[in-house]
Design a protein around this ligand. Structure first.
Ligand code: SAH
Ligand code: F3S
Length: 447
């Protein structure tokens, strides 16, 4: 009898990638992935610690799962509970104390040890914690997925971060920056394409800091890696996320102008438009550095669409600092953005800085920023109306004969055309622009 595995994934795309790899590994140990915790033999929460209340959410989810398990036990069944991801890494022993009914707590660098941890649990050990950063890399140990790949697939090329922005937990939960060797990345990319991927998004907490070992022991940057990936026949689109402004080197910027498969959309978090705040955040760039990088990108690829992350209400942020953020946004013009109220994360330097900003002020600034960003996003979507754009179709839509795809600029597009297949790259005339998506009609199928 196959055992059933349910994974709930929180947070970033790297967690999505990790969850898929853990599922592939556990499949070899007899686990079949299912869509709900009811009836699962193993429930794995792959958690995120980036903003407030993340740990609280995990604990309340665990409370629910514990009751589900009690019910199953009354019915003669059982269920193992495991917590992975950044909350597991950050909480560690604390989780064993607060939620002693959790069977396994495993950090992001120790996933490949899950079968061993499960076996230990099977032998009767309880409260097993592994939040180590082992010498062997999980990438070498975790098996690849099998079967059909998604049309748009993720591939993690680097993990961890050495930047230590003063608000961020990532350097503590994911550890030091590590890049995978070029040969491993290329092999995984070829495998994904052979299994049906037409688009690959390269992932990393700080993906453009990539410096993997290439042929003859030489280090390759992300730009070089992307050029090599572009040689893979059948790989139509390449993206990467998330990037750090001062790691946008000349080679990577040039690739945006020269590699047609590299899509003209870039998520490049700036966080703030005030140099004073950027310094307090320990960002290694100024607002003008960001402007210069964007100008260079636009010179290389004039139609590049930009996305960003913003934090409002960082300790010490005054009204004039916030005004500088609005000014930067006005000037750059973003196609898309995420913005957050600063949330003090225990253990990070920002949490104990003087000048913590009141909640009401944060909320008010966030609302003003989001109003501006939303208007820019709507304008960007509206500007596509009447254009003919290549769309890669990834998913069925809500109605029959409707498919969902993306423009080069990451916008979702609905098209109704019975002759379209998932995986097609087709030319679409954009007819409607909504707040979060576009609609269009087919011009020509398969380009
Ligand atoms: N480069 C990383 C960034 C992770 S966090 C990655 O993509 O893996 C994503 C965004 O969350 C950050 O860019 C920042 O804008 C926001 N963020 C991180 N820590 C935060 C905090 N303590 N409070 C509010 N927002 C935060
Ligand atoms: Fe976090 Fe800053 Fe690194 S946001 S992931 S410490 S670049």
């Amino acid at each position: 009898m196959r055992k059933k595995l349910f994974i709930k994934t929180y947070g970033c795309q790297m967690n999505v990638y990790d969850s898929d790899r853990m599922a592939a590994m556990l499949a070899r140990h007899g686990y079949q992935r299912v869509d709900s915790p009811e009836g699962a033999d193993l429930v794995l929460l792959n958690t995120c610690h980036i903003r407030e209340k993340a740990a609280e959410k995990v604990y309340s989810e665990l409370g629910r799962l514990r009751r589900l398990r009690e019910q199953r036990r009354r019915e003669g069944g059982d269920m193992l509970l495991a917590v992975a991801g950044c909350v597991a890494q950050a909480e560690g022993e604390a989780m064993a104390e607060r939620a002693p009914f959790v069977d396994i707590v495993v950090g992001p660098q120790a996933y490949h040890r899950l079968p061993e941890l499960l076996a230990r649990r099977g032998r009767g050990r309880s409260g097993i914690i592994d939040t180590s950063f082992p010498r062997e890399s999980k990438f070498d140990e975790l098996p690849r997925e099998e079967g059909q790949s998604a049309v748009s697939a993720f591939l993690t090329v680097q993990e961890g971060c050495d930047k230590f922005c003063t608000f961020c937990v990532v350097p503590y939960t994911r550890g030091a920056e590590v890049s995978r060797p070029v040969a491993d990345v290329l092999a995984e990319a070829r495998d994904l394409v052979a299994r049906g991927a037409r688009e690959i998004t390269l992932l990393g907490q700080n993906v453009n800091a990539y410096h993997g070992e290439g042929p003859q022991g030489r280090e390759w940057g992300l730009g070089r890696l992307i050029r090599e990936l572009a040689e893979i026949p059948g790989l139509l689109r390449i993206r990467y996320t998330t990037s750090y402004p001062s790691d946008m080197d000349a080679e990577l910027i040039a690739a945006h102008g020269e590699v047609p498969q590299l899509m003209p959309f870039l998520h490049l978090p700036v966080q703030s438009g005030s140099d004073r705040v950027l310094r307090a955040m320990n960002r290694h760039h100024t607002a003008d550095d960001y402007r210069r990088i964007v100008a260079a990108l636009r010179e290389a690829r004039p139609d590049i669409a930009l996305s960003s992350d913003f934090i409002v209400g960082f300790p010490g942020e005054r009204e004039e600092d916030f005004a500088a953020t609005l000014e930067l946004v006005e000037e750059i013009g973003f196609a898309q953005a995420y913005s957050f109220k600063y949330s003090p994360r225990p253990g990070t330097p920002g949490a104990i800085l003087p000048g913590q900003v009141r909640e009401t002020v944060k909320a008010e600034r966030l609302a003003r920023l989001q109003e501006l960003l939303d208007a820019q996003m709507r304008r960007f979507h509206a500007a596509q109306r009447g254009r003919e754009l290549p769309v890669l179709f990834e998913r069925p839509g809500r109605h029959p004969a409707q498919l969902l795809g993306r423009t080069p600029y990451m916008q979702s597009v609905h098209v109704e055309a019975p002759e379209l297949r998932i995986g097609d790259l087709a030319l679409v005339r954009i007819t409607e622009a909504h707040a979060h998506s576009l609609a269009g009609t087919l011009v020509t199928r398969s380009m």
